[in-house]
Design a protein around this ligand. Structure first.
Ligand SMILES: [Zn+2]
Length: 74
């Protein structure tokens, strides 16, 4: 298990490894659904370096029930 950079859940886990062994690993968080690749910048993969403005509080996730509509094609 890994710590989710966005919501700090300890439940994140490995989803996939790169076809070329050791190039990268993909992780996903089952709490906030954030997904990241190990080779991304640490500001996207590290809980302590993730932009605080984009952090998600786990208590707020059940309240996020409204999904914005997709705009009509022009
Ligand atoms: Zn998360």
């Amino acid at each position: 298990m890994s710590t989710c950079p966005r919501c700090d859940s300890k439940e994140a886990g490995k989803v996939s490894d790169s076809p070329v062994s050791g190039a990268w690993t993909i992780y996903a968080c089952p709490v906030c659904f954030y997904t990241w690749r190990s080779s991304e910048d640490p500001k996207f993969t590290s809980s302590s370096l993730y932009n605080p403005d984009f952090k998600v509080r786990q208590a707020d996730i059940p309240k996020a029930i409204h999904v914005p509509e997709i705009a009509q094609r022009k």
